[in-house]
Design a protein around this ligand. Structure first.
Ligand code: NAD
Length: 450
């Protein structure tokens, strides 16, 4: 089948690659000529493990191309998938990219003779597909929904850093459909995918995505709430608390004598808070959406507020040692919102930098993706280091924000040798407290009782 995908970001391109891998012919539609050139050369414009090699193979086979002509791409396809951005502005979802492309798709549908299905993959608040996308498609195509074209909502659950694996092996495929014809037709795209498929209403599909993301965000803020309780009490280590909690057979069952450790447990750990392009904006959009519908979800409100204040805990731990941070050189390890991605959107590191700057500290940063993300950091008051050791050289303190695997490999001696004062605030608890303290390091960590 021929599928046009509008948006060549993390979701659009990875979806394109996974559908091309199922044998479909994909046109990824973007606005940026450089990105289009890069995709057509088999190179991903952003880092995602495994993406370059698979994209390269599929481009060679002619199964995936990129173009900037939306109208032509839609007109030459059987399906159109919308994967543009849906940021929040002042806590409210911004649908401007959705409305722009809905109008353009509508215009393209006008000249199509065959039945065509449009599916919204972007995360949108319940009612958007029916009340925003549908009227625009009808108006600009001058066609009849149900007869001339179909409409679906197909939320995406991939995780950045694991996106290719997630998209190639989805846990489930949720399809909200305007009518049965749209749902049956669109679900044919996934015939070769063995995972469970849920056919439901448009709004249920839209809500499923928010419920899933809010659950994971809630687990993270809940874990950080527990760490805050612990930090005010003596002799408790939250790392051991979570070990004890995780071993509950309902969370990690023993099957055939082997303990299964579900990925869900990664969200029940204390740290610097969640970031990225989804959890922060989606929790806020859901909060705003629900309030507008007459209910204030106090739990989600707390989830957001705990997350927004979590970076302050790191600065507080550091300030306890120094009093004032003015003119102290503080190293920050990890700028991406999590390991294995080059995405810094809403990263907790950005809040940490802002707070350190406000305190007058001199900030030296490192991230394993520094070469890729450098261009996005020019507005920040930081010294950029291409090596982790460069950042800690003569530093008064270090804050670990992102749990990149390579950071965990450093031995205590490195910090003793290179730092002016070996004070470490471990925001992800990647180092062994006892070993580090024994070596003479002043070790502070999230979720450590005094
Ligand atoms: P992104 O910002 O990386 O990509 C969006 C792309 O849409 C950009 O490349 C932008 O140039 C393009 N675009 C916008 N308007 C366009 C237009 N008129 N014509 C052509 N292209 C246009 O965003 P993303 O991370 O890929 O997310 C896309 C959607 O998927 C969002 O709604 C997001 O919430 C949702 N989502 C994201 C993830 C994730 O992990 N990133 C996971 C699940 C769902």
């Amino acid at each position: 089948m021929k599928i046009a995908i509008i948006g060549t970001g993390y979701v659009g391109l990875v979806t394109g690659v996974s559908l091309a891998n199922l044998g479909h012919r994909i046109i990824c539609v973007g606005r940026n000529k450089e990105k289009i050139f890069s995709i057509n050369s088999g190179k991903s414009p952003f880092f995602e493990p495994g993406l370059d090699s698979l994209l390269g193979k599929l481009v060679k086979k002619g199964l995936i191309t990129a173009a900037d002509n939306l109208g032509k791409s839609v007109a030459s396809s059987n399906f159109t998938i919308i994967a543009v951005g849906t940021p929040t502005i002042k806590g409210k979802i911004d649908l401007s990219e959705i409305t722009t492309v809905s109008k353009q798709i509508g215009k393209a549908l006008k000249n199509i003779k065959e039945y065509h299905v449009v599916a919204v993959k972007s995360t949108v608040v319940p009612g958007t597909t029916e009340l925003t996308v549908k009227p625009l498609l009808e108006r600009y195509s001058e066609k009849v929904i149900g007869k001339d074209f179909g409409l679906c909502m197909n939320p995406e659950f991939l995780r950045e850093g694991n996106a290719v694996t997630d998209a190639l092996n989805p846990d489930r495929i949720v399809i909200g459909r305007y009518d049965n014809k749209s749902g049956i037709c669109f679900s044919k795209i996934f015939d070769k995918s063995p995972c469970p498929k849920i056919l439901t209403t448009l709004r249920t599909a839209e809500m499923t995505k928010y419920a899933a993301n809010s659950l994971l965000a809630t687990m993270i803020s809940y874990s950080n709430e527990i760490s805050r309780i612990v930090e005010n009490v003596g002799d408790i280590d939250v790392v051991d608390v979570w070990k004890g909690v995780h071993l509950d057979g309902r969370l990690s069952p023993v099957v055939s004598g082997k303990r299964i450790r579900p990925g869900f447990l990664n969200y029940i750990l204390s740290g610097c808070g969640y970031g990225g392009s989804c959890f922060p904006k989606d929790t806020k959009a859901l909060l705003n959406f629900s309030k507008r519908n007459g209910y204030t979800p106090s739990l989600i409100q707390s989830v957001v507020s705990i997350n927004e204040t979590q970076p302050e805990r790191l600065i507080a731990l550091l300030s306890k040692e120094f009093g004032s941070l003015r003119n102290k050189k503080i190293a920050v390890w990890g700028l991406t919102f999590k390991p294995d991605t080059d995405d810094i959107r809403e990263s907790p590191a950005l809040s940490v930098i802002k707070l350190l700057d406000r305190e007058g500290a001199k900030i030296a940063c490192h991230d394993p993706m520094i070469k890729k993300i450098k261009g996005k950091l020019t507005h920040l008051p930081i010294e950029i280091n291409e090596s982790a050791l460069g950042a800690i050289k003569n530093a008064d303190g270090l804050i670990v924000v992102t749990a990149w695997g390579e950071y965990g490999k450093y031995l205590p001696e490195t910090f003793i040798k290179d730092m002016k004062r070996p004070i470490i605030v471990d925001g992800r608890r990647i180092f062994n407290k006892e070993k580090f303290e024994k070596a003479g390091i002043i070790y502070k960590g999230i979720g450590l009782g005094n």
